[in-house]
Design a protein around this ligand. Structure first.
Ligand SMILES: N[C@@H](CCC(=O)N[C@@H](CS)C(=O)NCC(=O)O)C(=O)O
Length: 115
């Protein structure tokens, strides 16, 4: 189970979309950045840069902030959307398509990989 700390912004949506696409079970913890909830000490323990999204993977205690890092972690955890190694992996990462496509351009997702 993954704890997702997020709000209704494009960066927040990236993590939610990835979790849904990958079929991972998760619990949402809303952090209302309009009410400065990102500055609460409990949240700063999870995301020291006071930004959403952030996740905690209860399976292994891994705690991540930054949507790009979260997307790569989730892809690696499931073995989906991002090749494990080799040219394909670096092609996806170098184009920045993993972050862009999951968050904004879902029409670019083809044949199980983001290209
Ligand atoms: N580079 C970060 C940016 C995250 C970000 O800017 N989050 C904004 C909402 S979209 C936020 O939490 N802002 C609250 C603040 O700056 O206090 C990512 O991709 O996760």
């Amino acid at each position: 189970m993954i704890d997702l700390y997020t709000w209704t912004t494009p960066n927040g949506r990236k993590a939610s979309i990835a979790l849904e696409e990958l079929g991972l079970p998760y619990t949402v913890h809303p952090i209302d950045i309009g009410k400065d909830e990102q500055f609460k000490p409990e949240f700063l323990n999870i995301s020291p840069n006071n930004r959403i999204p952030a996740i905690v993977d209860r399976e292994n205690g891994i705690n991540l902030m930054e949507s790009g890092a979260i997307l790569i972690y989730l892809a690696d955890k499931t073995g989906k959307l991002l090749p494990k190694s080799g040219d394909g992996r670096y092609r996806v990462l170098s184009r920045g398509s993993l972050m862009r496509s999951v968050g904004v351009s879902l029409n670019r997702v083809r044949v199980g990989y983001i290209v």
